[in-house]
Structures are given as structure tokens and as C-alpha cells.
Design a protein around this ligand. Structure first.
Ligand SMILES: Cc1ncc(C[n+]2csc(CCOP(=O)(O)OP(=O)(O)O)c2C)c(N)n1
Ligand SMILES: [Mg+2]
Length: 340
């Protein structure tokens, strides 16, 4: 990868991070109704895989969908407004955090039902195989989704019919599959290696460092070529240690927004039990270190950060100024008939 390409990818990752830091801050002020999940610590996977896609490809995501949506180019103001339940949100404020979607971006639906994304992508892949064209469907899902029979059925059918589906299993229990081994919430699954599952269906598979943007980008690009060539589905396992703030039920940004200066020691790393995550795993800091090693001055990264932060300031102001949906909107876009 050229340094300019890496820089563009890193900036996309940073936007994903700055977006979710806002979400957590706004939730802390009571602006987010209900539960929400963040993608912090997994940005390299979403940014790199989505960067390798074409404009007509389709993506299906999970309860941890914010990062995928932003990586695909969603307007941060519309995404934030949706999470805050405002009428200007991408779904009119009716879907919220768990259902960010935009058909124009090739993200027609997001399913928080575990196993939903692999099955929906399999269905989209079926249609793509029938109608032709150089398109692929991508399913992002967690290690826990592989507990679901639906996910295994999707793998089986995609393999049988050689569908152009990229299954991206984001294993954020890296090194510890399941609660029994200390993973949280952790899948309880009767296999030691998740890639044994696609292997059983003769699906091409690879297990990757989920924090290495360059390796992920190259693997996704290879996978897409094979999919377009009609070679059948591909399964990528991307391994990341769980972000410390995702250990409990609610996201916990206990060290505040990440300081890019931590990449080089300009700002000291936080001490205590979370230090290792910042030092070795945070994909934003790791990407920043790689860019600095490639000759990009830290000041250029700070400048990019300042631009992204200003964009997020504007997005937040727009979202907070937006109205909530009017009452009549509650009866729009529903399948059930309306009683008189
Ligand atoms: C069919 C189904 N069962 C249970 C749940 C409740 N649930 C929400 S997230 C979660 C754990 C998901 O683990 P994983 O897929 O690895 O995603 P992670 O949260 O680790 O990113 C569970 C059990 C659900 N959403 N859908
Ligand atoms: Mg998981």
C-alpha cells in the first residue's frame, strides 16, 4: 500500500473512532434512548474490508454497526441523528443505533439478530449470482453469531451454490473463545478454531490480525477478486482483543477520547490495566505509528484529526438541533394495517 492510501484509510478509521466517542459522550448526557454498542478497537477490519469493495456491493452488519456504516461513507450527521432518534436520521429516527441502514450505500438492512447478517448476505449473494454483474455481498458478524444455526446454514448454502459472499467474522474474543476461557460476553461454541467451520464446507478461509490495516486490506482485495471470478464464498476471521470499554454492559470510555500523541510518546500512555491495549492493540495508535515510521510527520496526523474533529462538531450540532419524529411518523413504513 502506498503511504497516501494508508493515510486515507487511517483517517477513515479515525472518523469511525471520533464518531463513536461522541456517541458515548452524548449517551452519558442522556441523549441516547436504550442500549447501544460501539465498534471501538475493531476499526481496522471495517475500514480495510469496506475500502476494498465496489460501489454496487452490498453489506450487512450487526448490533455493532456504527463503524461499518461510517466506513461505507454515511453522512456522520445523519448517522448520529439516527442514533439520537431524530427525524433527520438516516431512517427518520425510527431505527436507532441497532438499525443504521441506507440502501443508497448498499447497506439496505442491519440485523441485531445474531446470524442475521450472514443469512441476509447469502440471500443477496444468491440474487447477485442469478443476475450477474461484478458484485459481492459482505456479512460482518461476531464470533458469537457462529453459535447460531442460521449462520451455519448460510455458509452451507453459499458453498453449495458458489455464491459471491464474503463472510467477515470479527472475533473480538481473540485468544479466548467463550466465557469458559475468559472471553466476554464470549461465544460458547464447540470448536477451538472458528475457521474449522468454513473449512467443513470447503469454504476458502483465512484468519487475520484484526488490527493490521494493510494485511486486512490486501486479504479483502484478494477475496473480492476470487468472489468476482465465481470461485465461491470466502471466510475471513479477523482477530482483535476486546476493547477494555466493552467488557461491561455499557461502553465505558474511561480514558476519554484517544490522543494521537500517544502513538509516539508525545503524550504518555494511560497507566493501569488498560495500558497494554493502548500500547499494543489500539488500531488507531498502531496505524499512526506505522504512518510515522513511513515518514508521515505526527503533526500531519494531528491536522487530520483536527479536521475530523471539526466535522464531528458540525455533525453533533446538526443532530442535536434536529427535531424528534412527529407522532404520525410512528404509523409510517409499518406492515401492520391501521385500525380506524
Ligand atoms: C439470536 C440472538 N440471540 C441472542 C442475542 C443477544 N445478544 C446480543 S449481542 C450478543 C453477543 C454477541 O457476540 P458476538 O456475535 O461475538 O458480537 P460482539 O458483541 O462480541 O461484537 C448476544 C448473545 C441476539 N442479539 N440475537
Ligand atoms: Mg464477539
Amino acid at each position: 500500500m502506498q503511504t497516501t492510501e494508508k493515510m486515507a484509510l487511517w483517517q477513515r478509521m479515525l472518523l469511525m473512532r471520533r464518531f463513536e466517542e461522541r456517541v458515548i459522550a452524548l449517551a452519558g448526557k442522556g441523549h441516547v434512548a436504550g442500549h447501544y454498542h460501539v465498534y471501538i478497537g475493531q476499526e481496522a477490519t471495517g475500514a480495510a474490508v469496506i475500502d476494498a469493495l465496489g460501489p454496487a456491493d452490498m453489506l450487512f452488519s450487526t448490533h455493532r454497526n456504527h463503524g461499518h456504516f461510517i466506513a461505507r461513507g454515511a453522512d456522520p450527521a445523519a448517522a448520529l441523528a439516527e442514533i439520537l432518534g431524530r427525524a433527520t436520521g438516516c431512517n427518520g429516527g425510527m431505527g436507532g443505533s441497532l438499525h443504521l441502514a441506507d440502501p443508497q450505500l448498499g447497506m439496505p438492512h442491519t440485523s441485531a439478530v445474531l446470524g442475521g447478517a450472514p443469512a441476509l448476505a447469502m440471500g443477496a449473494g444468491f440474487e447477485m449470482a442469478r443476475s450477474g454483474g461484478d458484485r459481492i455481498a459482505v456479512a460482518f458478524f461476531g464470533d458469537g453469531a457462529l453459535e447460531e444455526g442460521l449462520a451455519l446454514e448460510a455458509l452451507n448454502m453459499a458453498a453449495l451454490w458458489k455464491l459471491p459472499v464474503l463472510f467477515v467474522c470479527e472475533n473480538n474474543s481473540a485468544g479466548a473463545i467463550g466465557a469458559a476461557k475468559g472471553g466476554y460476553p464470549g461465544s460458547i461454541i464447540g470448536t477451538e478454531r472458528l475457521t474449522a467451520l468454513p473449512a467443513a464446507f470447503n469454504i476458502r478461509h483465512v484468519s487475520l490480525d484484526g488490527n493490521h490495516m494493510e494485511g486486512l486490506r490486501a486479504a479483502a482485495s484478494d477475496a473480492r477478486k476470487a468472489l468476482i471470478a465465481g470461485e465461491g464464498p470466502v471466510f475471513m476471521e479477523t482477530n482483535t482483543p476486546r476493547w477494555f470499554g466493552n467488557q461491561g454492559l455499557w461502553p465505558d470510555l474511561r480514558h476519554g477520547p484517544v490522543d494521537i500523541g500517544m502513538a509516539t510518546g508525545e503524550t504518555p500512555l494511560p497507566g493501569g490495566p488498560d495500558a497494554d491495549w493502548f500500547a499494543a492493540h489500539d488500531p488507531i495508535l498502531r496505524g499512526a505509528r506505522e504512518l510515522v515510521a513511513a515518514g508521515v510527520p505526527l503533526s500531519a496526523l494531528h491536522q487530520a484529526d483536527a479536521r475530523i474533529t471539526a466535522d464531528m462538531d458540525a455533525a453533533e450540532a446538526l443532530a442535536l438541533a434536529a427535531p424528534f419524529p412527529d407522532r404520525a411518523a410512528a404509523l409510517r413504513n409499518i406492515f401492520a394495517g391501521q385500525s380506524t
